[in-house]
Design a protein around this ligand. Structure first.
Ligand code: NOJ
Ligand code: MG
Length: 606
């Protein structure tokens, strides 16, 4: 055990007489991976949202030189790789997920030289670099789209996007009933050269994000060339945006579904009302898998990723990787993206969306491992990203509260202390699981969402497209507090930040937590150090029987070392550890040697 992994413990020893009679199941749920498994099968990957991590030039927007200067923070944290959300040339209509030039850097973030410097510095520090690839749509300011508008109906240029004639007598109705994920119609009608309303183009997201036509060979060739462009610059892989959206059902038939959001189905009609602890647990709406949406998860996407995999493999070892952002259910269909000749990883959104209920967590861990094992892929785990309410805030509501697309000042507010306590326990559970894990910037500080941002600052297109019915994702995208003093809390040299930082962010600043026993930052460092030392990413997983149903207990085992016992107590009463268990890390203080509510403990158990 490295000193940093044990240093912050200082928990009272186990009280005598507290032993509990527990035992492992006969059969592991998941067998151990090879000790020499490729890096990505066990990697912890830290998501940097470039706009909000570190600002070097003082314009209030994070940038590449800012990122480069702060990379030592990640080396000290103990992650394996970074994934950066898009930094390409973009009008920023969807915070860079609207790309105008895939081979250049937006001036707000810097230059290609800055990107090269960032990649080189990360590599020097032993961090791999994954960049975001956005193939479903471009910006409407991409040169192909402006050329398509200019060239007119029937032109070869329009074939690269999804242009169609409208319905109705004069083409005045959209070609079908699809709705944008961000609200409103998924079609926009263009004005043709003669000044008259003309064809419509498809955009699953914002009006400024026209969908490419992936049946077109030029689109395929272009993206293969873009992948090579970035691989040649030294990147270690790609996170693939909307990986399940590229191919649409032939004929673009009407859909019978309600609108899908980033999280699956539309939920903006469900507010967080009535979310006191006594609130009944609502069933999340289930997708009817017999009626797959014509927009999503069409079988044709897979041959695209097979071709991409071949390109990545041509770069040799260490492996360059692909990670799918695919909100696909059920898990059997989701793991098709990580078959051995396709992508390496896919985000596990079932884990992210699971409720803070022991049965649900056990079920999703088991099913995720089984599904991934069925195709020989590692599972991944994630709790937060730039599209969802941070888990320190999400878990501050009653378990089972329907998911929210942002929290506004008029919503019931989450319990910040409770949320953080559970978030720390949830992260400690997650980092004990075999496979890869994704962390989102700021979660290592225990950051909550901004939950009282004035509306005039909101920039997520969802807010405007739903007339404010959905708050949107700005709350999880607020610039990081590096220091508790200073006008932008150390985010940049100036006072400005593109989204306002809530006052409470000063309490969470890096300089308040560094070296402070029991801080969330030191907890993450301890967890990551112990995870690495014990090779938990390649371990086996076995459930432990004998606790009450509201305790999640498992072992992460390996033929090379002692088993690690992991106990997450979601019940009200504190629970004991078995005789001989020796605490390695705990997400919060033990009480008289017992594991209290909303706490996770890792313990050696021989
Ligand atoms: C998923 C990204 O994570 C999200 O931020 C973006 O708005 C959509 N894809 C559209 O690109
Ligand atoms: Mg800047």
């Amino acid at each position: 055990m490295t000193p940093s992994a044990t240093q912050t413990l200082n928990h009272p020893g186990l009280g005598a007489g507290h032993d509990v009679d527990v035992r492992e199941d006969a059969t592991p749920v998941h067998a151990e991976d090879r000790p020499d498994a490729a890096w990505w099968r066990q990697a912890v990957i830290y998501q940097i949202y470039p706009r909000s991590w570190a600002d070097h030039d003082g314009d209030g927007i994070g940038d590449l030189p800012g990122i480069t200067s702060r990379l030592p923070h990640l080396r000290a944290l103990g992650v394996d790789a970074i994934w950066l959300s898009p930094f390409y040339t973009s009008p920023q209509a969807d915070a860079g997920y609207d790309v105008a030039d895939y081979r250049d850097i937006d001036p707000i973030f810097g230059s290609l030289t800055d990107a090269d410097d960032m990649i080189a510095r990360a590599h020097e520090l032993g961090l791999k670099v994954i960049v975001d690839m956005v193939p479903n749509h471009s910006s409407d300011e991409h040169e192909w789209f402006t050329a398509a508008l200019a060239a007119g109906p029937g032109s070869a240029e329009r074939e690269r996007y999804m242009f169609r004639e409208g319905r109705g007598e004069h083409g005045e109705l959209p070609p079908n009933n699809w709705e944008s994920v961000f609200g409103g119609a998924a079609w926009t009608r263009v004005t043709e050269a003669d000044g008259k309303p003309g064809q419509w183009y498809l955009h699953i997201f914002d009006t400024k994000q026209p969908d490419f036509n992936w049946e077109h060979p030029e689109v395929r060739a272009e993206f293969e060339s873009i992948l090579r462009f970035w691989l040649d610059r030294g990147v270690d892989g790609f996170r693939v945006d909307v990986a399940h959206g590229l191919i649409k059902e032939q004929g673009l038939p009407d859909t019978e579904e309600e609108r899908t959001t980033m999280l699956g189905h539309s939920e903006h009609e469900h507010g967080p009302e009535g979310v006191s602890e006594a609130a009944p647990v609502e069933e999340a709406p289930r997708i009817d898998h017999t009626k797959r949406s014509p927009m999503w998860d069409q079988d044709g996407v897979h041959e695209i990723y097979r071709a991409w995999r071949r390109i990545l493999e041509s770069y040799g070892t260490p492996d360059r990787i692909l990670c799918a952002e695919a909100w696909v259910e059920p898990q059997e269909r989701a793991v098709a993206y990580v078959r051995s000749d396709e992508m390496h990883q896919a985000f596990n959104f079932d884990f992210l969306t699971a409720s803070w209920i022991a049965d649900d967590l056990r079920a999703v861990i088991t099913s995720s491992l089984h599904a991934a094992d069925s195709v020989g892929a590692p599972s991944t785990w994630v709790l937060s990203n730039h599209d969802v309410v941070r888990h320190a805030s999400r878990l501050g509501y009653a378990p089972g509260t329907p998911r929210m697309n942002g929290i506004s000042a008029t919503d019931p507010q989450p319990d910040r202390e409770l949320g953080l306590r559970r978030a720390r326990a949830a992260t400690a559970l997650m980092l004990a699981l075999p496979g890869g894990a994704y962390l989102y910037q700021g979660e290592e500080l225990g950051l909550p969402d901004s939950t009282d941002m004035p509306d005039e600052f909101r920039q997520d297109p969802t807010f405007a497209r739903t007339d404010g019915a959905e708050t949107g994702r700005d709350g999880c995208r607020v610039p990081i507090p590096w220091s508790s003093q200073g006008p932008s809390l150390g985010f940049g040299p100036g006072a400005s930040t593109w989204l306002p930082q809530p006052d409470v962010y000063a309490e969470y600043a890096v300089d308040r937590q560094e070296g402070v026993e029991g801080s969330t930052l030191e907890l993450y460092r301890s967890l990551l150090a112990a995870r690495r030392e014990l090779s938990l990413g390649t371990g086996s997983l076995t459930w432990v029987e004998g606790y009450a149903g509201d305790v999640v207990a498992l072992t992460n085992g390996s033929s090379q070392r002692d088993r690690l016992l992991v106990v997450t107590n979601l019940g009200e009463d504190a629970v004991a550890l078995p005789a001989g268990a020796e605490v390695v890390v705990a997400s919060g203080p033990l009480e008289d040697g017992l594991v209290p509510t909303d706490t996770t403990v890792w313990a050696r158990w021989s």
